[in-house]
Every structure is written in structure tokens, then in C-alpha cells.
Design a protein around this ligand. Structure first.
Ligand code: HEC
Length: 506
């Protein structure tokens, strides 16, 4: 090349790149979503991520800030779609469900902005959950970390999400750290909604003097959001049954572990009679594994105005939960993307009415057919004039008792998320039911495990970190169907079980 050409290029380059920056990069629309009146388009905004856990909107830089579970914080520029690294946190302890989890970006007009982060760390053999505050500069740099709170953690049930609500207070939804007592102990900080000042001190108007505790009795919350008036909602993982959406009120006890979901068994009613317990505003059995939650208050998508948007993991869907006018009830539920995009982790609504959400297919428990080469992905939903891609429509959730209850449908509803559809389990996490001595052995030993659950047992020389929940809530005939299904599938061929085997085991 001649010297002259170089000069021309050098002059042209800044011009060319500024042109690119000005025009918004249009992403390919994957699907058009037909609502009652509006049409939305679904597009991929960022791909090949590693378990993005939380999404936040940086209004100063018009960017999506996201945490990834192994400890990085990155930024997606909305217009150019470039992804840049902001920071990698060296002391994040990542394993299975542990790592860098929830965050909240607080950007008040003309004042110092803060990024609140919740993550697990490990010292010697102890695990902790930490709430940190970083200063966030207008250029999007992190500085001056301050540890606001450190509480016990565990190999599971570490929550967690964090928000700054309309009252300028920080709310931290903590997990019960798999403890039997923390959630009901008002002096412990696990299994709680904690309320802090922006600097981490205890607010003077907290419901218990000199305590961070705002509400208690929670198991493992993975969704936390607030509406324009400061009403706070959570999503929470149940054990084998009763995933929940809760409306959070000060000083209320949400019941875990004595009460699961609605107060509907005789035992639960007796407990609630002795001292009041708060019921969820929605519960799901079979479980959906609810994760990120975002309030949609915008009128841009009129059908969804005043709804909670919920990302689910096990159920692999985005759910639109329409709120009643006073926000105290969920009056309608719609399901989108069922099994299409895999596990969904987090959802975010923007002031302009756009919705961003992300998949979590590279996490510890990938579902059948995932991850895809592009995973994990940040998706965008945006209103549009007309459909330009294959049309999909939201559906109403399947009525629970409708589908024929065969051994297979029951197994898929209650067991397959852990032991997998083919009964092969998941390395070091869930044991295989195929060729299991217990599954093929004495009926009563098998029924005992299904009825009462199992913990810390060595199976075939392996130790599994998680626990097997109790399924005593299932009817006798359903348990018989399931156990016979697993005894005659996955290569197993044991004798059949009947209801008589169950008597005396309950
Ligand atoms: C949330 C995950 C989860 C679900 C859902 C679940 N299990 Fe398990 N299951 C486990 C874990 C973890 C273990 C191992 C526990 C241990 O090591 O102590 C286990 C162990 C078992 C065992 C013992 C296996 C052996 O070889 O000893 C059987 C049988 C079993 N589960 C059956 C079922 C059935 C039937 C269902 C559905 C009704 C079910 N499980 C649902 C997690 C789960």
C-alpha cells in the first residue's frame, strides 16, 4: 500500500467507526410473540456467556450490567451490543449453585452511584454469603469495596437477590443455608429479608430495633423485586412441593420450615393458629423452580402492565403473573417459551418498556438438549408493529390434575428434574435410579426413601451433596405408580409394588 492510502485510511477510520456507533445494530428476530393486541419481537443480544445470574440497567451508559456466577461483572452496550469486562472478583467461591449471585445498581441523579453485590466466599472450611457495596463511577468502573454484611453460607440454599427500593433502603433476600433452625430464629440473619441503609447500617425505622431483620421464615429465595410504590415481592424455591411468590410485609413470618406454601394441612393450620403465619400469594406444585422476578409497570405492553415477570429454571419458561389492582393477589398466569430456551435465570424491565432476560444452561443442572452452542444468552423482548418471524403465543398453565396420572407423567413432574428422564442422574449430584440396588430391592426400603427422603447416604461408593426431599404429600396410588415406573424402566426389571406395601410406612 502507498503511504498516501495509509493517510486516507487513518482519516477515514474514526469517521467509519462513529457511523457504526450511531446506527443501532439490529439483531435478528427469533420469534414474534402475539399477545391479545400487541406483537413483541424476541432477539438475542449477547451469546456464549457463562451463567449470567443478575441483570441491571445502567441508565447513564445505556447498558445492561450482568454478573456471571464464577465472579465476573460485564457490561452489554445496548446500542452497539459490545460486551466488556468491568471486573473479576477474586474471592468469589464458585461451586454448583454458589458464586456471584444477585446485584443491585443504585444510580441517584447527581450523586455517587453504588453497585451492591451478593456472593459466596470460603475461608478454611467455612462458606459465607457476603453483601458488598462498590462505588460505581460514571464511566462504569468499580472502586472502594465495602463489606456490609457477612452471614453463614452452605453448599446450597444461599439465596440470593438484592434490591434498593423506593425508600432508598437495601433489601437482601438471604437463604436459610440449609439449616433447620435459622429461618425461624429472629436473631439469625439467614432465611430472612434484611433491610439496610445505603451504607450498611441498620435503619432507625426497622421493625425490630437494632436488627436488620425485616421479615422471616424463608427457605431459598432467588427472585426479589418492587413496584413503583415500594411493594416488595419475592420468589422462593420450595422443597419437593410449593414453590412460592410472596408479598413482603414487615415483621411477618412466612412459615418455613414448619409451613410449606399455603397453610393447608392440619399440622400447618394448628401451627398458624398458635402464632400467625403469612401465606404466599401464589404457590406451585409440582415445582417450577422460580428464579428472577421483575415488576412490569410500563404501559408500553398494555397486556402486561402491572404484572410480575418470572424466570423459571426447572420449568424452563417465562411466566407473566398479572397482579390485582391493589397488588395483593395474582389474578392470571401466562407461560412463554416453555422448553424452548432452556433454564431461565433472571429478568429485567427497562424504563422504555423493553424486557431483558437470560438463560442459565451452563449451570450445575442442565436440562435435556441444553446447553446449545450459543448458550448462555441474554434475550430482549420489545414491542413491534408487525410479526417478522415465526409466531408464538403465551399459553395458560396446564391444569395440575388434568393430565392422565401415569407412572411416567408423575415421574416427569416430581423426579426427572433431578434423576433425569432417562434415570441416569447427574454426576456427584443426583444418583442414578438405573441399576440401583435399592430401586430393584425390597419394596419397603424403596418406599421408605420416597416417603421420607434421604440425606448423607453413600450410594454405590459415592456421596451426593444434595438431599432427597420427602414425597409423603403424594397420594398412595401415585407413589405406587411412580415406584413401579422406576422399577420397570431404565433397564430395571423388579417385581411390582402394591398399596399394601405402603401400610405401616406412613
Ligand atoms: C431435588 C432433587 C430430587 C428429586 C426431585 C428427587 N430426588 Fe431422589 N434423590 C435425590 C438425591 C440427592 C438422592 C441421594 C441422597 C443421598 O445421597 O443421601 C436421591 C436418592 C434417591 C433414591 C435412592 C437411590 C439409591 O440407589 O439408593 C431413590 C430411590 C430416589 N431418590 C427416588 C426418587 C423418586 C421416585 C423421586 C420422585 C418422586 C425422586 N427421587 C425425586 C434427589 C432428588
Amino acid at each position: 500500500m502507498k503511504k498516501q492510502t495509509y493517510i486516507w485510511l487513518a482519516l477515514l477510520m474514526p469517521l467509519l467507526s462513529s457511523c457504526v456507533a450511531k446506527t443501532e445494530t439490529e439483531s435478528a428476530v427469533i420469534n414474534s410473540i402475539q399477545l391479545e393486541h400487541s406483537v413483541l419481537s424476541l432477539s438475542k443480544e449477547a451469546t456464549k456467556l457463562h451463567v449470567p445470574w443478575d441483570l441491571q440497567y445502567d441508565k447513564v451508559n445505556d447498558a445492561i450490567l450482568f454478573s456471571e456466577i464464577s465472579g465476573s461483572i460485564r457490561k452489554l452496550d445496548i446500542k452497539t451490543k459490545t460486551v466488556t469486562l468491568i471486573d473479576s472478583l477474586a474471592d468469589v467461591y464458585h461451586q454448583r449453585t454458589l458464586g456471584l449471585l444477585g446485584m443491585a445498581l443504585y444510580q441517584p441523579e447527581g450523586q455517587q452511584a453504588y453497585l451492591y453485590l451478593s456472593y459466596t466466599s470460603k475461608k478454611d472450611s467455612s462458606i459465607f454469603s457476603n453483601l458488598y457495596r462498590y462505588e460505581y463511577s460514571p464511566e462504569g468502573k468499580l472502586a472502594h469495596p465495602k463489606l456490609l454484611l457477612q452471614i453463614p453460607g452452605n453448599t446450597g440454599h444461599n439465596g440470593s437477590r438484592v434490591i434498593v427500593s423506593t425508600d432508598k433502603k437495601v433489601y437482601w433476600a438471604t437463604g436459610d443455608a440449609a439449616s433447620d433452625t435459622f429461618a425461624q430464629d429472629s436473631s439469625a440473619l439467614n432465611g430472612k429479608i434484611l433491610r439496610l441503609n445505603l451504607d450498611g447500617s441498620i435503619p432507625k425505622d426497622n421493625p425490630i430495633a437494632n436488627s436488620y431483620v425485616y421479615a422471616w421464615g424463608f427457605r431459598n429465595m432467588q427472585g426479589l423485586t418492587h413496584d413503583a410504590k415500594g411493594m416488595i415481592y419475592t420468589s422462593e424455591h420450595g422443597d419437593a412441593i410449593e414453590d412460592e411468590i410472596n408479598l413482603i410485609r414487615p415483621l411477618k413470618n412466612y412459615g418455613w420450615p414448619q409451613i410449606e406454601g399455603m397453610i393447608d394441612t392440619d399440622k400447618e393450620k394448628a401451627i398458624a393458629k398458635r402464632s400467625p403465619r403469612q401465606e404466599p400469594i401464589k404457590s406451585w406444585t409440582p415445582v417450577v423452580a422460580p428464579s428472577g422476578l421483575a415488576y412490569y409497570g410500563s404501559g408500553v405492553i398494555p397486556e402486561w402492565k402491572h404484572s410480575l415477570l418470572l424466570a423459571t429454571l426447572k420449568n424452563q419458561s417465562l411466566r407473566i403473573l398479572k397482579l390485582s389492582a391493589n397488588g395483593q393477589q395474582i389474578v392470571d398466569e401466562k407461560v412463554l417459551f416453555k422448553d424452548q430456551l432452556g433454564r431461565l435465570r433472571s429478568v429485567l424491565t427497562l424504563p422504555n418498556g423493553d424486557i431483558y432476560f437470560c438463560s442459565s444452561n451452563r449451570d450445575w443442572n442442565p436440562q435435556k438438549g441444553f446447553p446449545k452452542p450459543d448458550d448462555d444468552v441474554i434475550y430482549r423482548l420489545r414491542i413491534t408493529d408487525k410479526a417478522s418471524a415465526p409466531i408464538i403465543k403465551p399459553t395458560t398453565p396446564k391444569a395440575m390434575n388434568n393430565p392422565a396420572k401415569t407412572g411416567q407423567t408423575l415421574y416427569e413432574a416430581y423426579c426427572a428434574s433431578c434423576h433425569k428422564a432417562d434415570g441416569k442422574g447427574l454426576n456427584n449430584t443426583f444418583p442414578p435410579l438405573a441399576n440401583s440396588t435399592l430401586v430393584n430391592g425390597n419394596p419397603k426400603d424403596l418406599l421408605r426413601v420416597v416417603l421420607h427422603g434421604l440425606k448423607d447416604k453413600h450410594i454405590g461408593g459415592a456421596k451426593y451433596e444434595s438431599t432427597m426431599p420427602s414425597f409423603s404429600f403424594l397420594k398412595d396410588e401415585d407413589i405406587v405408580e411412580i415406584t413401579n415406573y422406576i422399577r420397570t424402566h431404565f433397564g430395571n426389571s423388579a417385581s411390582t409394588i402394591n398399596q399394601q406395601h405402603l401400610t405401616s410406612l406412613r
